[in-house]
Design a protein around this ligand. Structure first.
Ligand SMILES: NC(=O)c1ccc[n+]([C@@H]2O[C@H](COP(=O)([O-])OP(=O)(O)OC[C@H]3O[C@@H](n4cnc5c(N)ncnc54)[C@H](OP(=O)(O)O)[C@@H]3O)[C@@H](O)[C@H]2O)c1
Length: 344
């Protein structure tokens, strides 16, 4: 097909940030726009987006608050990892039909410089895994757990959001390293997946009224590694169970991403600091990019673990770009069931 045929037969659709949310995002914070397809310059390719990854970090980009990454500007396309097909190439390393990993955001088509793309081999693994278990979330689990958490044989590793792409990989890697994996998830369906498919040693529903007591019973020897994904009441239940020399990779705090104003309850800082001192706790935040040098090793090891069945994954695929805002809003409240991906 010639480039003029693409342009006459296709439309460029994109979802932009219409307004910054106060608390929980609403559909009105997003706007669907349409236009004509952009034209690649020398060194660029024109991409047709096939899959868009939806991830909790996008809530941070919608806010103007100072963070580790710049906010998305009002009127700009929402950021996001994507798997795309090259429609037209003006870069010597890519040809029409190539499937690539890109960071093109919430849109149907995009221009990209060749240097920003990585070719994917659809015969090696389903291409959607480049957004989940073999991509950024899987790498986050691998690097955060092994570099900071350092689980040892017989230790107990606890992780929440355990049915999602980060948490499910954390528990399964912990077990590969000989540790006990205790997952926390919302609702019976997610708990069954974590226990029966991902093979965690125990799983607790954080919605149960006696959640803290159930967690204590599932961790009779205390907690050696707590991989922090959510914060909030999960942290409150974990904190008294931490063993001396426990390691706490702080990966995410999704329970508070939609929070506004001050947090409820008493000031916990003095108690936290006393325990950090008296139990020699290691609490270390991280953003996965800082461990990027480990990425090739991760890709090799994770591909082998998937091939051997030691690591399993679940994807939740939503159809249609226009569904992205609603699916993203639900993700922040546990409405996803596995790695959330939009199929365009
Ligand atoms: N530091 C980094 O570089 C980095 C990179 C990637 C991801 N992350 C973080 O890793 C965490 C997991 O990401 P993911 O992509 O794997 O997400 P995910 O598990 O697919 O989705 C988030 C999950 O969080 C859980 N959740 C939401 N509110 C909660 C609450 N109040 N209490 C308990 N659980 C709650 C929900 O699961 P349930 O229904 O089971 O509660 C929801 O499905 C997030 O905090 C994310 O920001 C950090």
């Amino acid at each position: 097909m010639s480039s003029s045929e693409h342009r006459s037969s296709s439309e460029h659709r994109r979802i932009v940030l219409a307004a910054r949310p106060e608390g929980r995002p609403a559909p009105a914070n997003f706007r669907l726009e349409q236009g004509s397809l952009p034209v690649p310059a020398e060194g660029e390719v024109l991409l047709k987006i096939l899959y868009l990854s939806l991830d909790p970090y996008m809530r941070g980009r919608m806010s103007a608050a100072k963070s580790y990454a710049a906010p998305t500007e009002i009127g700009a396309v929402m950021e996001g990892g994507t798997v795309a097909e090259v429609l037209e190439s003006r870069h010597p390393g890519f040809a029409a039909g190539d499937i690539v990993l890109s960071h093109s955001g919430w849109q149907s088509h995009a221009l990209a410089k060749g240097e920003q793309l990585r070719k994917l081999d659809p015969a090696a693994a389903p291409v959607t895994t480049a957004l989940g278990v073999l991509g950024m979330p899987g790498f986050t689990a691998y690097a955060g757990l092994l570099t900071i958490g350092q689980p040892k044989t017989g230790e107990t590793v606890v992780v929440a959001a355990a049915s999602g792409p980060v948490g499910s990989a954390v528990g399964q890697i912990a077990r590969i390293k000989g540790a006990r994996a205790v997952g926390i998830a919302g609702g019976p369906e997610k708990c069954a997946l974590v226990r029966d498919s991902f093979g965690f040693d125990a799983v607790i529903d954080h919605r149960a009224p006696d959640f803290a007591a159930q967690l204590a019973a599932a961790c009779p020897g205390g907690i050696d590694v707590y991989f922090e994904n959510v914060g909030g009441k999960v942290w409150d239940a974990v904190f008294p169970l931490l063993n001396s020399f426990a390691r706490i990779p702080v990966c995410g705090l999704v329970a508070q991403y939609n929070a506004t104003g001050d947090f409820e309850g008493p000031d916990r800082l003095p108690v936290l600091m006393r325990q950090v001192l008296s139990k020699s706790l290691l609490i270390r935040g991280f953003i996965q990019r800082e461990f990027i040098a480990q990425r090739p090793q991760f890709e090799r090891e994770m591909a082998a673990w998937i091939a051997s069945g030691a690591v399993k994954y679940k994807e939740d695929i939503v159809d249609g770009l226009e569904k992205a805002p609603e699916a993203f809003i639900r993700l922040l409240e546990g409405g996803n069931f596995g790695k959330l991906i939009v199929k365009l």
